[in-house]
Design a protein around this ligand. Structure first.
Ligand code: ADP
Ligand code: MG
Length: 474
């Protein structure tokens, strides 16, 4: 599955020239991030890291990932409405994981009060790697599905013209014209706009709930712009603002500074460090409201690693999606081996296997955002320490995916240009809107390819490990 630019990869003068063009093209096209030094100001910005060249992706696996996205949308939506499933699946996790327990507590509290929300909007991104079998054939295997704050739908679209330019500079015009069109932020905005419309208050706004530190603001602005273009007002607020100025009115309508909010789009709230006591109170207020939360707390819980692991048990998909045998088969085909570490014989046995052969597995806690998983010797040590304690149930085990590396150049500000052995992760954005029981939108909205050097086991673009890329189908 080599890309047709293997011939130029070692042509240092040509690569150097192309890299200079690439960085300027990235700045021109808006592949931007705020700097680490000034994360909340746009006075100084830089290009977001990206690969010099597109990476080869097998066409059949790319198409498979798109073909299963609507199924994943239906699945996540079904889980979010299944109180018993979430309760049963997360029972062991919430005993030992405070963060999941807190989210779950809000979920139960909101259900007890009765949902004021009747329109539901899901924006997710299902991430995959291409697992290389012993016979050399690659298979599409899901890494995880992100049901909250799935990012880079904006910047990935802007990376495409940069790669087209680079290929042309390197004499690959034909290949440049074959790169696929891709604009996820437009699809995301269409979902938000639909939810806003169904909410039914033309004067109400869309609120982006954003972090205190906003380095990735330009990615969010891409979605924002699409909404303004449709004459939908967007405001950006933090949990702190909600705590200070948010309130519920009649019918639990949400107001910020006296202005009604139709949709709350979370780009925040997915890791423990996003919350102090006030922020938890703000989250509860939002969840209790009639506003369309993207995602609501049940949908966030549907994206936990524990839920992912339970989905791989025989019979679970069938019970969540009754009468949809074909969807179940498509979904299951993307699952890697996933194992529960719940207390009992099953957990004891897989823990022993992983301690004996740690390189076969990844040990994952219930966390998002990259950099939390354990591999190899570290996995062995941690698992050995907690193998007989309930603490182990805050983790799941997963088969380690082993993709075939390829050479590329990772362009980062202030970093020397050198060739790296790289692996890629493909994400497909899913968008759906449900009104009461009726699905009114269910789409795949575009893709994201992220690439990293093989020496990094873990971590995404925001974590500073992976970089933006564009797939070249082979
Ligand atoms: P997070 O929620 O922190 O993003 P992920 O499950 O996506 O957690 O894992 C983070 C990164 O770790 C992935 O982007 C991927 O590079 C690596 N990773 C995760 N699971 C596996 C796996 N089963 N095999 C190989 N690498 C993995
Ligand atoms: Mg991830």
């Amino acid at each position: 599955m080599a890309a047709p630019w293997e011939d130029v990869l070692r042509d240092t003068p040509a690569i150097r020239e192309a890299a200079v063009v690439a960085v300027d093209a990235a700045l021109l096209e808006g592949v931007l991030m705020r700097t680490e030094g000034e994360p909340n100001a746009s006075d100084v910005v830089n290009f977001a890291p990206f690969t010099l060249l597109p990476s080869a992706v097998p066409r059949t696996l790319f198409e498979q990932a798109y073909a299963v996205q609507q199924d994943f949308n239906l699945l996540v939506d079904a889980i979010s409405q299944n109180k018993e499933f979430l309760e049963r699946t997360l029972a062991s996790t919430i005993k030992v994981d405070d963060f999941t327990a807190r989210l779950f507590g809000i979920h139960m509290q909101v259900l007890e009060e009765g949902l004021a929300q009747s329109v539901f909007l899901g924006i997710n991104r299902s991430d995959y790697m291409f697992d290389c079998g012993v016979d050399g054939t690659a298979a599409l295997k899901q890494i995880e599905i992100n049901t909250i704050a799935a990012s880079f739908g904006g910047l990935t679209a802007r990376t495409l013209p940069v790669h087209q330019r680079v290929l042309k500079v390197l004499g690959k015009s034909k290949e440049a014209s074959q790169l696929l069109p891709n604009n996820p932020s437009k699809g995301l905005a269409l979902g938000i706009a639909k939810a806003w419309e169904l909410y039914g208050s033309p004067s109400a706004v869309v609120m982006f709930l954003v972090e205190e530190v906003q380095r990735n603001i330009f990615d969010q602005r891409c979605v924002e712009n699409e909404l303004w273009n449709r004459n939908i007002r967007v405001v950006r607020r933090r949990f702190r603002d909600v705590f200070e100025k948010g309130s519920l009115g009649e019918g639990r309508r949400l107001y910020m500074d006296g202005q009604e909010v139709a949709v709350v789009y979370y780009r925040e709230g997915y890791v423990p460090k996003n919350y102090d006591q006030q922020n938890w109170e703000a989250r509860l207020l939002l969840e209790r409201s009639r506003a369309v939360k993207c995602p609501d707390i049940a949908t966030q819980l549907a994206g936990t690693k524990k839920v992912q692991q339970e989905l791989s048990r025989p019979g679970t998909l069938e019970s969540l999606l009754p009468g949809r045998a074909e969807a179940v088969a498509r979904l299951r085909a993307t699952f890697a081996g996933l194992y529960s570490l719940d207390m009992g014989a099953e957990g004891d046995q897989i823990a022993a296997v992983a301690i004996a052969d740690p390189d076969r597995f990844v040990l994952k806690p219930q966390r998002e955002g990259g950099g939390n998983n354990l591999y190899g010797e570290e996995l062995r040590q941690v698992l050995e320490k907690i193998r007989d304690s309930p603490e182990r149930t805050s983790y799941i085990l997963m088969d380690k995916i082993k993709p075939q590396p390829a050479l590329n150049y990772l362009l980062r500000a202030h970093s020397p240009l050198r060739v790296s052995e790289c692996i890629s992760e493909l994400g497909i954005f899913g968008v759906y809107v449900r009104q009461g029981k009726e699905m009114v939108m269910n789409t795949a909205a575009g893709h994201l390819l992220r690439t990293k050097a093989i020496e990094h086991a873990d971590g995404g673009v925001a974590a500073g490990v992976a970089v933006l890329d564009t797939p070249y189908l082979v």
